[in-house]
Design a binder for this molecule. Structure first.
Ligand SMILES: [Zn+2]
Length: 285
């Protein structure tokens, strides 16, 4: 994370709020400055969906009207300057599979729910012109950009994906497939449920304990005798990225809780059924 001096103190750079055509979305300054990608994490306003999906629901795998999601997607990609046909999306299952998107995959999951990439929680590519899109309503979006090898990825990390190490596995996949040096790799942990609103119970805590016997406690606060605790998925994913070899200054953490900001974000825990998208595309060369 870049640090700039502001009024004599260090201020960590975070996600930036953008507004365009009535849509609100968030971007990562360090990604923007590379000039290599178009990317965003969408907010929930400015769309046409109703009820629990109000209003910018971007997932075609919910019970929302497809025609509404198509219109929402059109609005979002238009704000980025991309065609909806460039989208690639997956059926996310809270596991740890990483899928490399090739040219011939372009458009899978763009319009037709039957064409989504099956059972995948991280998408990666080094092909320009493909908009990787992953969906969220409290789970943690992790964006990746290797500005040297020119490769990107987006991962879906709820508590299960985090325990399974999806962020670290995405880094390893990029090292193996593209020759990424983790010291070059930029990552960003987007808006998602914060430690302020993420109480979990004993079985969840037990899984973190088993996976991280030495430092599991650093991911929790307010551990109670009856086996509950507040889980900090931002911290757990940041730790995982640093363990995978990333530099701390190259990881941007939004620190924005989706539950805390119902005016801006969907939250599954609040009973909102819409989905945001984390999206990233390498610009055409
Ligand atoms: Zn909160």
């Amino acid at each position: 994370m870049l640090v700039k001096k502001e009024q004599g103190r260090d201020v960590k750079e975070t996600f930036v709020r953008n507004e365009k055509n009535g849509l609100v979305y968030f971007t990562v300054p360090v990604f923007e400055r590379t000039g290599l990608v178009l990317h965003a994490f969408s907010g929930r306003t400015g769309g046409v969906s109703e009820g629990a999906y109000e209003s910018l629901n971007l997932s075609i795998l919910t019970d929302d009207k497809l025609s509404n999601v198509w219109e929402n997607r059109r609005r979002m990609v238009t704000a980025l300057g991309v065609e909806a046909g460039a989208i690639v999306g997956a059926h996310q299952v809270h596991k740890d599979k990483v899928y490399r998107v090739l040219v011939q995959d372009k458009g899978l999951g763009a319009f037709d729910p039957d064409t989504v990439i099956p059972a995948t929680d991280a998408l990666t590519t080094n092909e320009p012109g493909i908009l990787l899109m992953a969906f969220f309503a409290d789970c943690v979006p992790v964006f990746f950009l290797d500005p040297v090898k020119k490769a990107i990825a987006v991962a879906h990390a709820g508590w299960k994906g985090t325990v399974a190490g999806i962020a670290a596995k995405t880094v390893k996949y990029m090292i193996d497939e593209y020759g990424t040096n983790p010291l070059d790799l930029l990552a960003a942990v987007g808006p998602s449920i914060g430690p302020c609103h993420y109480q979990v119970d004993a079985p969840v805590i037990a899984e973190f304990k088993e996976k991280h016997p030495l430092n599991w406690e650093s991911f929790f606060s307010n551990l109670t005798e009856d086996g509950h605790g507040q889980l900090n998925l931002w911290e757990a994913n940041l730790w995982q990225l640093l363990e995978a070899g990333l530099r701390k200054e190259n990881v941007t953490v939004a620190g924005l809780c989706t539950y805390c900001r119902p005016e801006c974000f969907f939250s599954h825990r609040r009973g909102m059924a819409g989905r945001h998208a984390a999206m990233i595309m390498l610009k055409e060369r």
